[in-house]
Write a protein that binds this ligand. Structure first.
Ligand code: ZN
Length: 453
């Protein structure tokens, strides 16, 4: 790219940002690019300051947190260390639904807040708020993470996004003018895309010539496999960011090989934003410590290094609707040590899945269902897409797409793999289907457990 075109793009981009009042996000980004290299103790001090301020704010301006902290005998002044957070109850989806108005800070009027929804596969829809300064810093955090793969603001990016909720009607069909020409982003709604749609996406994609890709992996898999099946050449790009759902090893390989580019995984949620991201060294996900306190717990206690725990996030950048100890329903692992990229941010492993991604073993313990899905797909005969569903502890159903047709060998392989993990005392029913529809959220689930806790 020539200097001139870079300058032109930067100028156009900044003009839009200024008009939308987002120049503040640029200042936040400059800060975040420095803070990620601070000594860890400096980061912890900064994080502690922000946590203390948030606890005080929540206590003083929300009836919900005042009641909760009083009930626990933990007014803001009683917090002396991060560990003291454990004395507060978790903020569950039910707690939010039951106390929504009481969580809104009295320091904000509703028109100063952005209302947004978070879906769920089995739960009712959750409505939340975020304050505008918080939205700004979250945008900057996203840019910082995109920078992990070398991406700069002016670089062109194609986005493969299945969740319908993120697209207005204007977006559902094709890329919006502003996104395409000024924000340097090209958006493809891949949820339920047909061969005809994918063909049109392919032409638009090739004409756009992106440097970077961002995707829900299932969305980019659909697009990439379509191109490969139809012998359509794919261009080399500089980096690919995967987010929103589990990035399986075979998907990572498919992307790396098809676009000859490194792939990084970002872990985030609608509720609290992007929480951690891999860098090109792949030594773990760097935690966004400046805006989040992340805990990993099991049975109410913190887990040790490299142990699976439930991810609990305290959002340090939402004063309008404080989210303290929010239970995301995802699993992760804390990691020790620092990354060889030089960034000092703490590390975690993400992508272990949601609780419902874990199967219930015969002894009642829960384990990763994804591991079974990987075992089934990476060994044995090549098979079409599949979804493994645990209905009861001993009743397992597997849907397999009939392309290629399901053979006896495949059936035996699937049954053998599942029994290998779970035991012989289960029944496995295999159903041949023409397609597996994604969940309402747009996510494709490879494994789901329908047993409630
Ligand atoms: Zn790193």
């Amino acid at each position: 790219m020539s200097f001139y075109s870079t300058l032109l793009q930067e100028t156009a981009h900044r003009a839009i940002l200024m008009r939308e009042g987002k120049q503040k996000a640029m200042a936040e980004l400059r800060f975040l690019e420095k803070s990620q290299y601070w000594p860890q103790q400096h980061l912890l001090d900064y994080q502690w300051q922000r946590l203390s301020a948030l606890l005080t704010h929540a206590y003083e301006t929300t009836t919900y947190y005042r009641r909760v902290m009083d009930e626990c005998g933990m007014p803001p002044t009683a917090f002396k260390s991060f560990e003291d957070l454990e004395r507060l109850p978790l903020l569950t989806r039910d707690a939010i639904n039951d106390n929504r108005e009481k969580i809104i800070s009295s320091r904000f009027s509703k028109d100063e807040l952005v209302e947004f929804g978070s879906g769920g596969t089995t739960q009712r829809r959750l409505m939340l708020y975020r304050d505008k300064p918080g939205s700004t810093i979250k945008m900057a955090m996203q840019w910082r993470f995109e920078g992990f793969m070398g991406q700069r603001m002016a670089d062109k990016m194609s986005v493969f996004w299945p969740p319908h909720v993120d697209f207005g009607h204007a977006h559902a069909r094709r890329t919006d003018f502003k996104d395409r020409y000024l924000l340097r982003n090209q958006l493809f709604y891949t949820g339920g895309a047909t061969a005809e749609t994918l063909r049109r996406f392919y032409d638009e994609f090739m004409a756009f010539k992106p440097s970077y890709l961002k995707c829900f992996p299932s969305g980019l898999v659909a697009f990439t496999e379509f191109a490969l099946d139809n012998k359509l050449p794919l261009p080399q790009v500089k980096g690919i960011m995967s987010t929103g759902e589990m990035l399986l090893p075979d998907m990572r390989t498919l992307f790396e090989e098809s676009y000859q580019a490194p792939v990084i995984d970002m872990y985030g949620s609608r509720e609290v934003g992007n929480t951690s991201c891999e860098c090109l060294k792949h030594e773990g996900h760097h935690i966004a410590q400046e805006i989040a306190v992340v805990e990993f717990i099991k049975d109410g206690r913190p887990v040790g290094t490299d142990e699976d725990g439930e991810i609990i996030v305290t959002d340090l950048a939402n004063y309008g609707f404080p989210m303290i100890r929010y239970q995301l329903g995802d699993m992760g692992r804390p990691k020790d040590g620092t990354c060889s990229c030089g960034r000092t941010l703490k590390l975690m492993s993400a992508g272990i899945g949601r609780l419902s991604d874990r199967y219930v073993a015969l002894d009642g313990s829960r384990h990763s269902g994804l591991v079974i899905a990987v075992q089934v797909t990476e060994t044995g005969p090549p098979m079409g897409k599949m979804q493994i569903i645990q209905k009861t502890v001993t009743d397992w159903h597997v849907k397999v797409v009939d392309d290629p047709p399901v053979t006896q060998e495949m059936r035996e392989h699937i049954t053998r793999c599942i029994k290998q993990f779970v035991g012989e005392a289960i029944s496995v029913t295999i159903e041949e289907v023409s397609e597996i529809p994604p969940e309402k959220s747009g996510k494709l689930r490879f494994f789901k457990c329908e047993i409630e806790d």
